[in-house]
Design a protein around this ligand. Structure first.
Ligand SMILES: Cc1cc2nc3c(=O)[nH]c(=O)nc-3n(C[C@H](O)[C@H](O)[C@H](O)COP(=O)(O)OP(=O)(O)OC[C@H]3O[C@@H](n4cnc5c(N)ncnc54)[C@H](O)[C@@H]3O)c2cc1C
Length: 402
């Protein structure tokens, strides 16, 4: 072995840097390997308010406050015929600073997370983790390729935070798609799109289409907006059309997008394509290893929960990993003590995602039948799901069939 650490983290996105920072701050020697040269592009620009707690405990809030990132106070929905709902301001249910979050240009946000990890004392290194090494069924190290050649690093715990690359999921053949969420997406960028005024200037707009597909509209830095279309592959693409063709056709067909982008300049490129966006791993913790963030699972972008779940899973996992390291027991059972709570919260978000795509479900009808569930619905949309949500999920199940 070239070098030895307490924890080796694969991937330097929000999940990997958060896990490494928490563990380094708890006194464990952490190394983080990132294959890309930063700053690097990433999708996932809209944060939700309950990211605030983890960002605060990481020490990132002062940096975010000093940044120029777009401040986000609200979300607005637009019906298929182009009618705007009233914005939903997070301050309706959240008191204090946590009622505001940010739309982040991910190249800059992830660079901020990376620099913060270095400040926390994490050894951040450029390199591709090619293989996780096992001995007697336990993960014991990683093999890393870098400009300097190939190196072997031993660690007591390996954290897979490799995002959609799902390094361990692929190596251990654990990854599976989620058949009930077979969505595709195409997205791109414009300069000069319309923005709201005052507190609404930075809001996320979700534009609904008649066939349960939808578009996001997210204001970023430098007067740029991120626009993306999500839906069943056969509704996003006509025949064998290319991603750019499909994207521009949807933009042209949407009254809400047409109005907002009428004087905007298309910056391109069009990204995405035919894919199964959603996947999970049959196992997410094992002897000596833990998955966090997108390396665990990815459900759907509809409620902008990806970065929140990456941060949340990293923080919850870091606590279990810390306790396991202190107890000198890195067994699956010990490392996985965080999972029941995390999975219960993710299940609530998953049910709300499935409800969104259920043809028999509508939020208006849901709230007419269950007006008492409005606060719980809002809790779910802002990420406040790591608590008892059983009456909410029972109400959801009474209307949604999938
Ligand atoms: C279309 C779409 C729209 C989305 N919109 C939103 C949104 O509005 N809001 C939101 O919160 N989320 C959104 N998401 C989700 C969000 O992008 C992810 O959930 C989030 O980036 C996950 O963070 P992560 O740290 O787990 O992984 P990533 O941010 O993907 O980081 C993983 C890192 O690992 C590195 N890596 C991979 N393999 C290796 C290896 N073998 N060795 C070394 N390094 C490696 C990669 O280079 C990368 O930097 C969206 C996702 C999609 C697909």
């Amino acid at each position: 072995m070239d070098e030895s650490y307490d924890v080796a983290v694969i991937g330097g996105g929000p999940g990997g840097t958060a896990a490494a920072c928490f563990l380094q701050k708890s006194g464990h020697r952490c190394v983080l390997f990132e294959r890309a040269a930063f700053p690097r592009y990433s999708i996932g620009e809209s944060l939700i308010p309950h990211s605030y707690g983890t960002l605060d405990r990481l020490g990132l809030i002062p940096k975010l406050r000093e940044s120029a990132f777009t401040k986000k106070f609200s979300v607005r929905f637009v019906s298929p015929d182009g009618r705007d709902s009233d914005p939903f301001y997070f301050s309706e249910t959240i008191e204090g600073n946590g009622a505001q979050t940010w739309q982040v240009d991910r190249d800059q946000f992830d660079l901020m997370c990376r620099e913060h990890a270095i400040e926390c004392g994490v050894h951040v290194r450029k390199g591709v983790v090619e293989h996780v090494d096992f001995a007697d069924g336990r993960a014991v190290g990683v093999r890393v390729r870098s400009a300097a050649g190939t190196g072997e690093f031993s660690a007591r715990v390996i954290v897979d935070a490799s995002g959609r690359a799902t390094a361990l999921g692929n190596q251990l053949d654990l990854k599976e798609s989620i058949p009930s969420l077979c969505k595709s997406t195409v997205w791109s960028y414009y300069r000069g799109g319309a923005r709201g005024v005052g507190l609404s200037a930075g809001e996320t707009t979700i534009l609904l289409f008649p066939d349960k597909s939808w578009a996001w509209y997210i204001p970023l830095l430098d007067d740029v907006v991120s626009v993306g279309i999500v839906g069943d592959t056969e509704t996003i693409f006509h025949g064998d059309e290319a991603a750019e063709e499909a994207f521009l056709r949807h933009v042209a067909a949407s009254p809400g997008l047409g109005e907002r982008l009428s004087t905007a300049q298309h910056l391109g490129p069009v990204r995405g394509g035919r894919q199964h966006l959603a996947y999970r791993n049959r196992e997410t913790v094992g002897d000596g290893w833990v998955m966090v963030g997108d390396a665990r699972a990815f459900l759907d972008p509809i409620y902008s929960s990806g970065v929140f779940l990456a941060l949340e899973s990293a923080e919850q996992a870091a606590l279990s990993i810390h306790e396991a390291l202190v107890a000198n027991d890195v067994s699956k059972a010990r490392l996985g003590t965080f999972e029941p709570r995390l999975n219960a919260g993710v299940d609530v978000i998953s049910q709300l995602i499935h409800a969104f795509y259920d043809p028999s479900f509508g939020f208006g009808e849901f709230l007419r039948r269950h007006p008492d569930q409005r606060p719980a619905l809002i809790d779910c949309l802002v990420g406040d799901v790591f608590k008892d949500m059983s009456s909410f999920t029972a109400a959801l199940a009474s209307l949604a069939h999938t």
